[in-house]
Every structure is written in structure tokens, then in C-alpha cells.
Ligand binder design. Structure first.
Ligand code: TGC
Ligand code: FAD
Length: 392
């Protein structure tokens, strides 16, 4: 793979809106990605293997629980810092950002928000340091966009719960130490349970042959009469709103992360277009290529402004689920479109692993699907503006 020469585009001087802390956090993540992710990621993606060696680095840059209070081992940062970390990591690879998103927003967040004090003390510091890795089980083979229909269930056996069911498409599942699992009780109410590796009847087979997110491990969570201690139930929130609340946090991070992938594609294509000579001049001099590049930087800039404003609203606890949904949908679509255009600018070279663009493009096919598909997010906005529910 080519050396990482990335220079971040900042067409509207957004840096001027960032605090010194934001810039320090962002620059530390950027340097780490250049040093520890870019040199190895293509090889791991080609091998379809998760690079275990990056776990310590992710913990060190604060990617595990950026906004979780320091008393629980988190970095205690604000939402814009969280977004900037996700942007920088996904600039390297969406699969690496996935690992951080799941750990922070889908495992640490529910334990922090819905867990007991004992659960917070037991799990959060180890998750923040990367000593333990987590996964989040919501999707099932027959319930993806419609998680409320889930059939995974548990029965109260007096001194423990008995958990049965299966989750599919679960990031980090093959190596997770714990899983936050959403299941129905005997009354059909959804609750979160912390399932630990080693519990009898719990298995996590890996899903192979993915053409997308190849450097991220994806798998199943299977529960066959798993005895879950009663202390492992998240006591402070139940109902579908509980997992959806976690998704708000993860979708927000993705809205920033997608900008990173887009910036990397744009930066790579711009550099290539200025260097590649055809018909006696750089291809960047041709109007058709300039149109592509001009549209890319425009869309990136709009996405940056959207994410930044959303971050301000999140910091003030005023961001609605529908606003987060719009940013996730818009920014991921923006990134995938830019990846496709950027790939064309590189001609044949664009399909090789010498450059990051094709990997980003394939990764973004997962990103536009998980955490709510593009169409589901369109319907969430549709419901919000019309008051009419297309899901029911
Ligand atoms: P609906 O009746 O609308 O809502 C049920 C309850 O939930 C509340 N609610 C929310 N709460 C918090 N945050 C949100 N975003 C919320 N959206 C809804 C709602 O108020 C209601 O509360 P209550 O108290 O009245 O019961 O639910 P529905 O069954 O009609 O479904 C709505 C729909 C389709 C929007 C939702 O289910 C959905 O978002 N579907 C998409 C599924 C999804 O995003 N799955 C993601 C799985 S995790 C994943 O992909 C991780 S990838 C990680 C990585 O690698 O980065
Ligand atoms: P379906 O729900 O079957 O949707 C198929 C198509 O139908 C889509 O185009 C969808 O938009 C459309 N559709 C569905 N309902 C409607 C409707 N009402 N109106 C119009 N169109 C509709 N899940 C987890 O719980 N944890 C994870 O860690 C996780 N990681 C993932 C990692 C990867 C790599 C991938 C690919 C997925 C992951 N997921 C995870 C699952 C992901 O959230 C689901 O794939 C996603 O929510 C879509 O569900 P589905 O694949 O079952 O598609």
C-alpha cells in the first residue's frame, strides 16, 4: 500500500470552531492512525482478519468510551471530541471504527446508562482499557430493520435467567469477552442482559466471506439454555427504546466517521489527479475531473457542518433521534458516493489495494446498512416531518 500522505480538507476553516482540547484529541487520533493503522490495514483487510494489535492503541487515544466519565475509566470528553475520534479512525478504516463504536456506544453506553453501580464498576474500566472487548446483540436472522419482533427470550428460573435465541451480524462477536444482549422476558418486554464468554451454551461463530468490513470480525451470538445470573440484567431501562437509545449514540459517531472515509477518498483522488498525466497534462486539469473533485469537497464540507452542529446539540442534550438519523443517513451516503467517484478518478489503479479507496467503498456498503439502513432512516425523517408512521 502507498505511504499515508493524508492531509485533511478544511474548506470552511472548521478548525477555528474547535477548542484546543478538540484539536489535541483529533491530532492524537490522526497520528495514531497514520502510524499504527495505515501501514497494516490493507493486509488485514485482504486476509479478512481483525488486527488485534490495535486494541491497546484504540484505548490509548480514548476511542473506548470517549464520553464515559473518567471515574469509570472513560476519557470524559465531550461529544465533538467523540465525533472527531470516530472521524479519524474511519479515515483509516470503517471496520476499525466499528470496533470502537460497538465498544463505546453499544456496550459501555448501556452499562453506564442502564446498568447498576456494581455493573458499572465491574465492566466499564476493563472495557475502557481494552482488557475486555464487548459486542451488542440486537439483530436476529428474521428481525433486522424490525428489532421489536425479536424472538430471543429469557425465563425467570428463580435464582437465574435461562436465555435462548440467536443474534446475527454481530460486530466483534468472534472475540468478545462480553455481549450486551437484547431479549424478551415472559411478558414480551425487551431487556438488556450481559452475557459473558464461558457461560455454558453461549457460542459466537464467525461469519466468513464478507466483501465489506473485512478487517472487522463479524459473527453470531447463539444462546442455548444459557444460565445468566440475575445480577447481569441491566436494571434501569427496558423496552425497545433501550437499545434504540444506544443506537442514537453509535449513529452519531458514524455520522462523523463517514466524513473520515470521504476525506481519505477525496484527498487520495485529488493527489492522484494532480500527478497522473494523460493527453500531456494532469488529469486534474480536465473539467470532468474538476467537477468530481469540486462536488466532493462541497459535500464533505456540508457533512462537516452538519456533524459539528449536531455535536453542539448533543453536548447540550438537545439532539433528537431524528436529527441523529438524518446525519447518519446523509453523511454515509455522501461518503459512499465520494468513494465511487474517487475510485473512477484513479482509473484502473483505483481497484487495487495500493490505494485505500476501494476498501473504503466496500466498507461503506456495510455502514450504509448497519445501524439502520438508508431507507429506514429516510422513513424516520418521513415520520418526523409528517407525523405519519410508515412502519406500522
Ligand atoms: P417504535 O414504536 O417507533 O419505538 C419503540 C420505542 O422506542 C422509542 N424510540 C427510541 N428511543 C430512543 N432512541 C431512538 N432512536 C428511538 N426510536 C424509537 C420509541 O419512542 C418507543 O418508545 P415507547 O416508550 O413508546 O415504547 O419502534 P418500531 O418497532 O416501529 O421501530 C422503529 C424503527 C424501525 C425506526 C427502529 O426499530 C429502527 O431503528 N430499526 C433499525 C434497526 C437498527 O438500526 N439496527 C441496528 C442494530 S445494531 C448495529 O447495526 C450495530 S453496527 C455496529 C458497528 O459495527 O458499528
Ligand atoms: P432487512 O431488515 O431484511 O432489510 C432488507 C431491505 O429491506 C433493506 O433495504 C431495508 O431498507 C428494506 N426494508 C426493511 N424494512 C422496510 C420498510 N419498513 N420500508 C422500506 N424498506 C424496508 N446488528 C447488531 O445488532 N449488532 C452489530 O454489532 C451489528 N453489526 C453489523 C455488522 C455488519 C458488517 C453488518 C452488515 C450488519 C451488522 N448488524 C449488527 C446488523 C444490521 O444492523 C442489520 O443488517 C440492519 O439493521 C438491516 O437488517 P437486515 O440486514 O436484516 O435487513
Amino acid at each position: 500500500m502507498k505511504p499515508d500522505l493524508f492531509e485533511a480538507p478544511d474548506y470552511y476553516n472548521l478548525d477555528e470552531l474547535l477548542t484546543e482540547e478538540h484539536k489535541l484529541v483529533r491530532d492524537a487520533a490522526r497520528e495514531w492512525v497514520k502510524r499504527d493503522v495505515s501501514p497494516i490495514i490493507e493486509e488485514f483487510a485482504q486476509k479478512a482478519e481483525f488486527p488485534n494489535q490495535i486494541i491497546n492503541g484504540l484505548a490509548e487515544i480514548g476511542a473506548f468510551g470517549p464520553y464515559i466519565p473518567e471515574e469509570y475509566g472513560g476519557a470524559g470528553l465531550d461529544q465533538i471530541s467523540y465525533g472527531l475520534i470516530m472521524q479519524e479512525i474511519e479515515r483509516g478504516d470503517s471496520g476499525v471504527r466499528s470496533t470502537a463504536s460497538v465498544q463505546s456506544s453499544l456496550v459501555m453506553y448501556p452499562i453506564w446508562k442502564y446498568g447498576s453501580e456494581e455493573q458499572r464498576q465491574k465492566y466499564l474500566p476493563k472495557l475502557a482499557s481494552g482488557e475486555w472487548m464487548g459486542s451488542f446483540g440486537l439483530t436476529e436472522p428474521d428481525h433486522g430493520s424490525n428489532p421489536g419482533g425479536m424472538t430471543t427470550n429469557y425465563k425467570d428460573m428463580g435464582d437465574h435467567y435461562l436465555l435462548n435465541g440467536a443474534k446475527l451480524w454481530i460486530s466483534n462477536s468472534p472475540f468478545c469477552d462480553i455481549a450486551v444482549v437484547w431479549a424478551k422476558n415472559e411478558e414480551g418486554r425487551i431487556h438488556g442482559l450481559i452475557v459473558e464468554r464461558g457461560m455454558e451454551g453461549f457460542s459466537t461463530p464467525e461469519t466468513h466471506n464478507k466483501w465489506s468490513l473485512r478487517a472487522s470480525a463479524t459473527g453470531e451470538l447463539i444462546f442455548q439454555d444459557v444460565k445468566v445470573p440475575k445480577d447481569n440484567l441491566l436494571p434501569n431501562k427496558s423496552g425497545l427504546g433501550a437499545p434504540l437509545g444506544c443506537l442514537d449514540s453509535a449513529r452519531y459517531g458514524i455520522a462523523w466517521g463517514a466524513i473520515g472515509a470521504a476525506m481519505d477518498c477525496y484527498d487520495t483522488a485529488l493527489r492522484y489527479a494532480k500527478e497522473r498525466i494523460q493527453f500531456g497534462k494532469p488529469i486534474a486539469a480536465f473539467q470532468l475531473q474538476q467537477k468530481k473533485l469540486a462536488e466532493m469537497i462541497t459535500e464533505i464540507t456540508k457533512a462537516q457542518l452538519l456533524a459539528f452542529r449536531l455535536g453542539q446539540l448533543k453536548n447540550e442534550n438537545r439532539a433528537s433521534s431524528a436529527q441523529i438519523s438524518m446525519a447518519k443517513r446523509n453523511n454515509v451516503e455522501m461518503a459512499i458516493n465520494i468513494a465511487r467517484e474517487a475510485r473512477q478518478i484513479l482509473g484502473g489503479m483505483g481497484i487495487t489495494g495500493e490505494y485505500s479507496i476501494m476498501r473504503h467503498m466496500m466498507n461503506l456498503e456495510s455502514v450504509i446498512t448497519y445501524e439502520g439502513t438508508h431507507d429506514i432512516h429516510l422513513l424516520i425523517t418521513g415520520l418526523d416531518i409528517t407525523g405519519l408512521n410508515a412502519f406500522k
